[in-house]
Every structure is written in structure tokens, then in C-alpha cells.
Design a protein around this ligand. Structure first.
Ligand SMILES: Nc1ncnc2c1ncn2[C@@H]1O[C@H](COP(=O)(O)OP(=O)(O)OP(=O)(O)O)[C@@H](O)[C@H]1O
Ligand SMILES: [Mg+2]
Length: 112
């Protein structure tokens, strides 16, 4: 199993979510977050401002999926979250050791 965590620009959320529903994901977690990347939250880096940081609102989605489906999920997010402008976001991928559905006690892929 893999966990795919994507930090994206909020106005792309609906499009990303629709595309993910389309490929049959079984669950997803959404968090409203604030962050910065290389531009430290600025549209341009200007002299003297290198150490000043502005946190920009983003949304973070995370999904735990069968490893066999991970590449598909990643490419759907890559394609739908992209505007080509700075701040489009990032995708981080983790190995997941275990998953448990609390109601039934199922584990592993069956718990997803
Ligand atoms: N190295 C990182 N570690 C953790 N979170 C990050 C990292 N880089 C970016 N993020 C998160 O992703 C959001 C979007 O990052 P962003 O797309 O601006 O990255 P970038 O490297 O500056 O790329 P770009 O040049 O396209 O803007 C940030 O606001 C932050 O929440
Ligand atoms: Mg950036």
C-alpha cells in the first residue's frame, strides 16, 4: 500500500476530486493547510526579502491505495492540479505498512 499526499492550490480541489472519484478511489482525507515552497510565499523573490516568509493557503489531500494503483493516482493528480504557474504544489509518496478497518477488524488491502 502507498500513501499519496498532495498539497495543491485550493481552486483545483474540485477538479482533482472529481478526477479521482472517476478512477475509483475508496477514500480520501482533506486538510486545509498553509505552506510555502521555493518562493517562500512570494510571487517573486525580491532583494532583502529572502528570509521573510508568507504562508499561503493550500489544501492537502491524502489517499492510501493499493500500490498497483499508485501510479494512476499520481498521474491523475499531476494532470488535474497543474496550471503551469508557481505554487501548483507537490506530491509526496509513502510506503504504508498496515491499514485496519476498525468496524470489521479487516486489515491490509481489505481495510481500504
Ligand atoms: N519541501 C517541502 N516540504 C514540505 N512541504 C512543501 C515543500 N515544498 C512545497 N511544500 C508545500 O507545497 C506547497 C506548494 O509548493 P510549491 O508548488 O510552491 O513548491 P515550489 O517548489 O516552490 O514549486 P514552484 O516553483 O512550482 O512554485 C507549499 O505551500 C507547501 O505547503
Ligand atoms: Mg512555489
Amino acid at each position: 500500500m502507498k500513501k499519496i499526499e498532495a498539497i495543491i492550490t485550493p481552486f483545483k480541489l474540485e477538479e482533482v476530486q472529481n478526477a479521482l472519484n472517476h478512477i475509483g478511489i475508496s477514500g480520501m482525507t482533506l486538510m486545509e493547510v498553509k505552506g510555502f515552497g521555493r518562493q517562500r510565499g512570494h510571487k517573486e523573490i525580491y532583494r532583502g526579502a529572502e528570509y521573510q516568509v508568507d504562508f499561503v493557503p493550500k489544501v492537502q489531500i491524502s489517499l492510501v491505495v493499493d500500490s498497483a494503483m499508485a501510479d494512476k493516482v499520481i498521474s491523475v493528480i499531476k494532470e488535474t492540479a497543474k496550471t503551469g504557474k508557481i505554487g501548483d504544489g507537490k506530491i509526496f509518496v509513502y510506503d504504508i505498512q498496515e491499514a485496519i478497518r476498525i468496524r470489521t477488524g479487516e486489515s491490509g488491502l481489505e481495510a481500504l
